[in-house]
Ligand binder design. Structure first.
Ligand SMILES: O=C(O)CC1=CCC(=O)O1
Length: 96
């Protein structure tokens, strides 16, 4: 199942820079593992904001929830999830 997920990061202004850098590094490793495994198919920065648009390919809703709630930045994110299905006009046979 494919999901479009938009994440907006809101780190507290008083978070020490070293702590922010540590969480971002952990987040990067977490996301790169999932990208390499094919679960986190796309990761795009939304130009001009501390947000990303991502496409996840997961077994079910529970798996997506487990992944998202495990993000190191999860406590500092606003997250919007939208389930996707094939568009009848899509020419990409390999994208289900
Ligand atoms: O910077 C972000 O958009 C938050 C984030 C998600 C995965 C990652 O590596 O950073």
């Amino acid at each position: 199942m494919l999901f479009h997920v938009e994440m907006t990061v809101n780190l507290p202004a008083d978070m020490p820079e070293a702590r922010a850098a540590e969480i971002k590094a952990t987040e990067k490793a977490y996301s790169q593992k999932l990208q390499n495994e094919g679960t986190w198919r796309h990761l795009w920065r939304v130009a001009g904001s501390y947000s990303n648009v991502s496409i996840f390919d997961v077994e079910d809703n529970e798996t997506l929830h487990h992944i998202i709630s495990g993000l190191p930045l999860f406590p500092y994110m606003e997250i919007r999830v939208r389930p996707l299905c094939r568009h009848p006009s899509s020419v990409r046979d390999d994208d289900s």
